[in-house]
Design a protein around this ligand. Structure first.
Ligand SMILES: C[S@@+](CC[C@H](N)C(=O)[O-])C[C@H]1O[C@@H](n2cnc3c(N)ncnc32)[C@H](O)[C@@H]1O
Length: 223
């Protein structure tokens, strides 16, 4: 049977992702243990300060909320958004159970994010589809204060000496994402819009951790 060609348009990519997370939401948290240290390092890279606001991009079930909230303190603000109703259902339950008054959950697609607020920090933890969309990246940077800190963690292709494993990385990524390609440089649409962009490999080269600051002249920034 021929392989289906990759889906190209934004609406179809989003629909595929929503369908995948409808299947995955119930068991999602139980699969995240091995990457917990990466999550902690990604939050630490944001260098959150008490009283700041942070946007949890594609927050899923809200697994990062507690760490982010610890960073901004009770006087700060955490806003998580996601397009998957099933993932967000769990995020809402998490917030209600914990009674966090300063954590807000919004059901929206990154491409059309219509929040009024601008954030001190943007957190991207395993948000491959979002980073593959130049429209989504532009919409998110428009929600950042000039100089806002950005931290990103995700999946990438192995370096050349382990390249024979990359079909497996692609297949694994396709199980979660509507646009699983672009694994050589998943950060390529955002890196040039950040000052001081730094990146390092994690997980023997099949993961990465990146950070930087939103350039004051990035599209959507106030002059
Ligand atoms: C691998 S999960 C990561 C969830 C969370 N960041 C974490 O680290 O546990 C990717 C999330 O991105 C969301 N997502 C994918 N494309 C999106 C889009 N275009 N807009 C908003 N959310 C999106 C999915 O619904 C899913 O919850």
């Amino acid at each position: 049977m021929p392989l289906r060609p990759p889906v190209q348009d934004e609406a179809s990519i989003r629909a595929l992702s929503i369908a995948r997370y409808r299947q995955r939401a119930a068991a999602y948290d139980s699969t995240c243990g091995p990457t917990w240290p990466i999550r902690e390092r990604c939050v630490a890279a944001l260098q959150l300060q008490p009283g700041e606001s942070v946007l949890d991009v594609g927050c899923g079930t809200g697994l990062s909320f507690e760490l982010l909230r610890d960073g901004v303190g009770p006087g700060g603000r955490v806003v998580g958004f996601d397009q998957s109703p099933e993932m967000l259902g769990q995020a809402r339950q998490r917030v209600a159970r914990a009674g966090w008054a300063n954590v807000e959950v919004v059901e929206e697609a990154a491409q059309g994010l219509a929040l009024d607020e601008r954030f001190d920090a943007l957190f991207f933890h395993y948000t491959h589809d979002i980073l593959q969309s130049p429209t989504a990246v532009a919409a998110l940077l428009a929600r950042a204060k000039p100089g806002a800190r950005v931290a990103i963690a995700g999946v990438k292709a192995f370096p050349w000496y382990l390249a024979w494993l990359n079909p497996w990385v692609y297949a694994k990524n396709r199980a979660y994402n509507g646009s699983p390609g672009g694994l050589k440089a998943p950060w390529r649409h955002i890196a040039g819009r950040l000052d001081g962009f730094r990146r390092e490999d994690t997980q023997w080269g099949m993961g990465y951790l990146a950070s930087g600051r939103v350039r004051p002249d990035a599209p959507g920034m106030a002059a």
